[in-house]
Design a protein around this ligand. Structure first.
Ligand SMILES: C[S@@+](CC[C@H](N)C(=O)[O-])C[C@H]1O[C@@H](n2cnc3c(N)ncnc32)[C@H](O)[C@@H]1O
Length: 287
């Protein structure tokens, strides 16, 4: 288990009964999490001062209930990176703090490569990985089908004082974009993808993780440079083992590129406790 232990502006204060109590800067939120099946609260008193809680509704989706005054959106830092946080639909806040594990790994790989690295970030959302790779000195191509998410990613790049770094922002479906890059013979030294279990492209193209991930990795292997640095797949899709991601990378990269494969879980620690919240899986290929 790879645990994101280096946060100062984010922490899990407690978790029980399907809910996690989180501090995001100075704001305390309660959000549901399907992994939290135990019932015992470790710090019952801490649940008394909450700013807002997200409640799922039986019809699906859900809504935020505001208990105490709080800003509509605010900023938090992870080391030298800055991100805007805003409670959104589907309990999202615009950031997956556990991804810090992957950000640290990518920053180290890019900095140690000591060469200009071109990164392709697919399903790039609000740009956590884009900001991290740009900070490390790479040029990044940020692809997401949602115009709103791409705008938010630009704000995060600016908030991190990296607005002058070479980042291409693309609003498009991942398959359409990668096929076009193959025609253009454009290549990348590193590829990152954090696909949802289910998603839609710009023209409603349906994305289903189990059905489409292998085709996408195979397609992406055609836009890798001759001497690639890394390939990272992150996933939150329930029921898929991290070894599956490693197998897909092995089948598509190992014949052409000598490198190291690894996979596992990522997680978040709970403060003053040895409990860990599992938050998805990763598969990595690195040269
Ligand atoms: C849950 S987010 C991924 C999380 C994000 N990478 C992170 O960790 O910060 C999934 C993103 O994929 C985008 N998306 C879904 N289907 C897509 C598709 N077919 N092509 C491009 N982007 C897609 C969504 O707009 C959303 O921003």
């Amino acid at each position: 288990m790879n645990v994101a232990n280096n946060w100062k502006d984010y922490e899990i204060l407690d978790m029980a009964n399907g809910e996690k109590l989180e501090r995001w800067g100075n704001v305390i939120l309660v959000r549901p999490d399907p992994q939290i099946i135990w019932k015992q609260k470790s710090f019952p008193e801490k649940w008394k001062s909450v700013n807002a809680s997200y409640h799922r509704s039986k019809e699906g989706g859900g809504s935020w209930q505001y208990q105490k005054k709080m800003p509509e959106s605010w900023k938090i830092n992870y080391k030298d990176l800055t991100f805007r946080i805003k409670p959104m639909g589907f309990k999202h806040t615009g950031l997956f703090p556990e991804q810090a594990v992957n950000w640290d790994w990518m920053i180290e790989k890019i900095k140690n490569s000591k060469k200009e690295i071109k990164v392709l970030n697919l399903f790039a959302y609000t740009g956590g990985a884009t900001v991290a790779c740009s900070y490390a000195g790479a040029s990044v191509c940020h692809v997401d089908s949602s115009k709103g998410m791409v705008t938010w990613a630009k704000e995060n790049l600016q908030a991190s004082r990296l607005e002058n770094r070479p980042v291409r922002f693309i609003v498009d479906d991942v398959f359409k974009f990668v096929n076009r890059e193959i025609k253009r013979q454009n290549t990348y030294d590193a590829i990152i993808m954090d696909p949802p279990s289910y998603g839609r492209g710009t023209n409603g193209e349906v994305w289903k993780f189990e059905e489409n991930i292998t085709d996408l990795v195979e397609l992406c292997s055609k836009v890798l440079s001759n001497k690639p640095l890394f390939f990272l797949i992150n996933s939150y899709t329930t029921g898929i083992s991290s070894t599956v991601l490693e197998n897909i990378l092995r089948l598509n990269l190992e014949r052409k590129y000598k490198g190291k494969l690894s996979s596992g879980e990522i997680g978040l620690p709970m403060t003053n406790s040895s409990l860990i919240l599992p938050c998805g899986i990763y598969g990595r290929w690195e040269n």
